[in-house]
Design a binder for this molecule. Sequence first.
Ligand code: ADP
Ligand code: DP6
Length: 325
Amino acid sequence: MKATARAHTNIALIKYWGKRDEEKILPTNNSLSLTLDGFHTTTTVTFEEDLTEDTFVLDEQPVTGEQYERVTQYLDLIRTYAGKEDLFADVYSINAVPTAAGFASSASGFAALAAAATRALDLNVTDQELSMLTRQGSGSACRSIYGGFAEWEKGERADGSDSYAVPIVPADYWDIRVAAVVLSADKKDVSSREGMKRTVDTSVFYQGWLDNIPNDLNAIKLGIKERNFEQVGQIAEANCLKMHATTLGAHPPFTYWHDTTMAVMQTVQTMRANGIPVYFTIDAGPNVKVLYLPEHEALVEQTLREAPGVSDVVLSRAGNGISYL
Ligand code: ADP
Ligand code: DP6
């Protein structure tokens, strides 16, 4: 009863930002992402009859507290799904991605955990079922089941049975690239979960965010199908700015941006003014991801490395979905 799975992170180009049901992790809007080959989690789950509790080791360190609770509560869900409530597991995970710093470790982490746990229990799940199960660990993780571009359909049903991700085009459809600009790998002050809740509950800009989603989604999907980089980049950058604007309208107001975040945003805009098609997007953290095409890789990397406050630049191509090792 042991299995190892690898999942990559994904970067949302149309952001998931808000829940209609916090317990089942049901979102208020559809979101769309690109899976990245540069960051991943590898997780081994071993269920054993003689264990009396779950253990969780992350990056060679035994984990307790909130992060442990999240994993063991997630295993409860899988145990209930499998009808094996009395079986505990050792979870051993390696993050090839900074944890809790806005690089979507929760996405690769929960996708790898869901895949390894279901496989260890010999559950024969479809990709759709796996995406639905993964969603309940961390929302954005449900998109990491697939490679390339994926859309998480928010669904309408109260039980969440129609809320899962679907593939749009696979990784090899389009060689679009992403530079992850590392400004800070520190744990962020406001988690995505907490930040989106505060925004839904209090932001005066939240309705405006929701009203804009359908147009952004339709236009970006068309751009992806046609491999229209400018269209995809413009919509992704604007969607990111709208998401971050909602945090400024929350009570109490907050922002994920540092001064260095804004400096990188300006660097990207300057490159664009000089004729290089590049666009940024930012998740719930200070770090910036820059979309570019292969022919501009050397220039984009060098320019970003020279921007103020940049400690590293990690280049990614489109990544694949779940794999079992
Ligand atoms: P991030 O930007 O890294 O996704 P979040 O605050 O949204 O930041 O999520 C980070 C949380 O995800 C961690 O605190 C931990 O609870 C969980 N997590 C990260 N990596 C793993 C992993 N490999 N296995 C299980 N849970 C993980
Ligand atoms: C800004 O998926 O981390 O990265 O569902 O509460 O675990 P929970 O939140 P999470 O939020 C991700 C928010 C985002 C946008 C996105 O990835 O779509």
